[in-house]
Design a protein around this ligand. Structure first.
Ligand code: COA
Ligand code: MG
Length: 295
């Protein structure tokens, strides 16, 4: 792939709003949120699809998104709407396209071809429009190994409600019914150097529950979380930003590791804990995340 654009945007919080809702779109650009996802899929009523396409196209042309990433979510490949959706927004260069309910490599390839054609036709760098996919069905999880290897991918977004519906699970507060699939997404992302983005907390008024779910997701290895309401943004962004203590500890590991290597020791003791190569790698990940979050 030529002219590769390598920058990967930090996506601690990815905020959705219905693509036909101009008021919410204009509000979203005032929030300092990492990613703004204007939706043509399930957040948009069936009789508002055309209006959503036109409204998103207008937003991409007229609004200044500042440091927020501007994304457009199309309907799933095979829905019958996807072609018109993607063609309506691509001419105005969104930062990325989100494809929901992906179940095969070919579906990513479909979007990849259309996007690359638009990039070449307009003289934009190849890969300057990123692809994020929703994996949120039983088939999607089963085929994740092939899907996640697609070279155009940036992130895999796990949709908890859709997945529960797909397997017939009852959603619970601690989301134990989703754990296997969430971890499958994290593993596929880690193996392919992609960002893993966690479930929406739909009980958007309960910010304490949101905080706990965000911290749990960050601990599992997710790099960010989907949100649906402005009040969720700061809580999620904080939970996915390494704390000052975590950063200081990571720095100490990196410094002491080098000294220990010089002394010919692969494993050594720091504050009564054993440190070796995997802890160094984790410390480097903490610093990379902190830097991506602007810390
Ligand atoms: N993005 C941007 N702004 C939003 C927003 C969002 N997702 N959700 C709410 N707001 C705005 C409202 O417009 C309102 O703005 P105002 O103060 O300028 O009038 C303010 O935030 C407070 O909204 P509130 O009254 O608390 O929420 P609501 O009852 O109007 O809406 C939801 C609640 C859940 C219906 C709404 O947040 C929503 O539609 N979220 C997105 C859902 C979605 O896209 N789902 C598909 C993907 S999972
Ligand atoms: Mg969904």
């Amino acid at each position: 792939m030529k002219d590769e654009v390598k920058t990967m945007h930090s996506r601690r919080a990815l905020l959705y709003m219905p693509g036909d809702n101009w008021k919410m779109i204009t509000k979203s650009i005032t929030l300092g949120v990492d990613s703004i996802c204007m939706d043509m899929e399930d957040g948009t009523a069936v009789n508002k699809k055309a209006e959503a396409r036109a409204t998103i196209a207008k937003a991409l042309q007229e609004l200044d998104f500042g440091a927020s990433e501007k994304l457009a979510r199309v309907n799933s490949v095979g829905s019958g709407w996807e072609q018109e959706d993607i063609q309506a927004v691509l001419p105005f260069h969104p930062d990325g396209i989100v494809i929901p309910k992906v179940e095969s490599y070919e579906q990513v390839e479909w979007a990849s071809k259309i996007i690359e054609d638009a990039e070449l036709k307009n003289g934009w760098p190849v890969n300057s429009i990123r692809i994020l996919i929703g994996v949120e069905t039983a088939k999607g999880i089963l085929n994740l190994k092939e899907i996640a290897a697609h070279p155009r991918l940036d992130s895999v977004i796990f949709g908890g409600e859709d997945f529960a519906a797909s397997i017939g699970a009852v959603r619970t507060k601690d989301a134990v019914e989703l754990l296997y699939a969430r971890q499958a997404v994290i593993v596929a992302c880690a193996a392919n150097d992609l960002q893993a983005i966690d479930i929406v907390t739909i009980d958007y008024k309960d910010l304490e529950a949101l905080k706990l779910e965000s911290e749990f997701g960050a601990g599992l290895g997710f790099s960010g979380k989907q949100v649906i309401h402005p009040n969720q943004v700061p809580v999620v962004q904080e939970a996915f930003t390494p704390s000052d203590e975590a950063i200081a500890y990571a720095r100490r590991i990196i410094e002491t590791f080098e000294a220990s290597q010089q002394e010919g020791k692969g494993a050594y003791s720091l504050d009564g804990k054993m440190i070796d190569m995997p802890l160094l790698k984790n410390a480097q990940k903490v610093l990379a995340r902190a830097m991506a979050a602007g810390k």
